[in-house]
Ligand binder design. Structure first.
Ligand code: CAA
Length: 286
């Protein structure tokens, strides 16, 4: 089987832009797709900022910034994915939007050996696979934010994913991208979010109950357990809308109160307080 060279990324938000960046940094040709030109421009700006940050830190040479950007093509036309070897979906965490998109990707990708991957953290891979005519080629490839910094990728096979597709995806993320892969079953939240999200929700409940200030909750976990970020700051970074969507998927799957979104989280999401990306969450970023 030829090596994965041509990448397609759908979604240029926090995760999609990071996924596109790490592939371009690995020397691969990347097509990034979004629904609008403004979303594409915002994604491109995030990648440029991150590359400049990496260059400033001496992680890449200045010349690599332009070379990396040169390997990225930004388009609103998903038909540009026809020849892609590896497509990663990184759109919002909504089952219907994702299944419709997988149906569309299946129609446009003519390369029969292509791997169709999802960066979902909580929606069953089986549902995405069944939206296509090739569920054996559909696999969960879940990155962590910030993608250029965090080394982990969760690989998730549905009951229909072929072993060969999992092996090729693993070779790609470890060999080509230099990430560490862990495997897990097709269960909402996989390994990391199944453990992390109940912890973040507990912190939100603690704050909601007036136990302590956001700063003290965060400082407690940063200084007391050496976490790089406290739970409320981390929730703001991940996005409160994303946390709520993951919590809802896990609650649907397991029906356990530990996964239930607290009312404060629901109200903040309704109010458009989605964390760092919206300028305000538990903290103000304006
Ligand atoms: N993009 C690219 N690079 C970034 C970055 C970004 N958004 N943020 C930080 N960096 C880089 C910096 O360039 C810096 O690199 P050098 O050390 O080479 O200079 C390095 O990361 C550290 O950055 P800073 O010194 O500015 O800041 P920091 O030490 O406070 O680290 C952090 C920032 C990397 C975000 C760190 O706080 C951290 O790891 N936080 C926890 C992140 C985490 O838990 N992520 C998982 C979220 S869950 C998820 O993603 C899954 C899901 O489905 C919800």
């Amino acid at each position: 089987m030829p090596k994965i060279q041509r990448i397609g990324v759908v979604g240029a938000g926090l995760m999609g832009s990071g996924i596109a960046e790490v592939h371009a940094r690995a020397g691969l040709d990347v097509v990034v797709n979004e629904v609008s030109q403004s979303a594409l421009d915002a994604g491109k700006a995030k990648i440029e900022k991150s590359l400049q940050r990496a260059a400033k830190a001496g992680k890449i040479a200045d010349a690599d910034v332009d070379a990396t950007l040169g390997r990225l093509t930004f388009t609103t036309d998903i038909e540009a994915f026809a020849d892609r070897d590896f497509v990663v979906e990184a759109i919002l965490e909504q089952e219907q939007a994702k299944t419709e998109l997988f149906g569309r990707i299946d129609e446009v990708v003519t390369n029969e050996s292509a791997i169709l991957a999802s960066n979902t953290s909580s929606i069953p891979i089986m549902k995405l696979g069944m939206a296509t005519q090739r569920p054996e080629h559909v696999v969960g490839v879940h990155f962590f934010n910030p993608v250029p910094v965090l080394p982990l990728v969760e690989l998730v096979a549905s009951v229909r994913t072929s072993d060969d597709v999992v092996a090729r995806a693993e070779e790609h993320v470890t060999g080509t991208l230099g990430k560490t892969a862990i495997h897990c079953q097709d269960r909402a939240g996989f390994i990391v979010n199944a453990l992390l999200v109940p912890y973040l929700l507990s912190a939100i409940r603690m704050y909601e109950a007036g136990f302590a200030s956001a700063e003290d909750i965060d400082e407690g976990m940063e200084k007391g357990t050496a976490h790089p970020m406290g739970p409320l700051r981390l929730s703001d970074m991940v996005g409160l809308d994303t946390i709520k969507a993951i919590a809802d998927s896990m609650y649907d799957e397991y029906k356990e109160p530990t996964y239930a979104a607290p009312p404060l989280l629901m109200r903040m999401v309704d109010a458009g307080l989605h964390g760092k990306k919206s300028g305000r969450g538990f903290y103000d970023y304006s």
